[in-house]
Design a protein. Structure first.
Length: 122
């Protein structure tokens, strides 16, 4: 099965795959930027967003490395954390169930938005 993972409107260059990830670069408003696709979640994320040309990315495990061309050519490295599953109690979507989620839940405790209002608490 072939699954398209990048936009057909822009040329995606130099794809590299490792484990559950695929990385590549493409031109965005005249600058090359690095993208990653997570096979397990089917999500594409933009890794870089700069005025530099970021290209020739590679990925291994949770590490992503790429070439950054500014005044000089540099190699940059980023670590990508991975959310293994969507957590129903994780209200804020950060893949952690913590006090912020509890506070959001508690702020709505005992509220009712049913119409008509007299349908609440029956």
């Amino acid at each position: 099965m072939i699954t398209p993972i990048s936009s057909p409107q822009a040329e995606s260059i130099n794809p590299k795959a490792c484990g559950h990830y695929v990385v590549w670069h493409r031109s965005v408003n005249g600058d090359d930027e690095v993208f990653i696709y997570d096979i397990t979640t089917a999500q594409t994320l933009r890794i870089t967003d700069s005025d530099n040309d970021d290209r020739y990315a590679t990925v291994c495990g949770s590490n992503i490395a790429w070439e950054c061309r500014a005044d000089t050519t540099q190699i940059r490295l980023a670590e990508r954390t991975v959310c293994m599953s969507k957590m129903s109690a994780g209200i804020d979507g950060n893949c952690q169930v913590d006090f912020n989620d509890f506070a959001a839940w508690a702020a709505q405790w005992m509220t009712c938005d049913l119409q008509p209002p007299d349908a609440c608490w029956k």
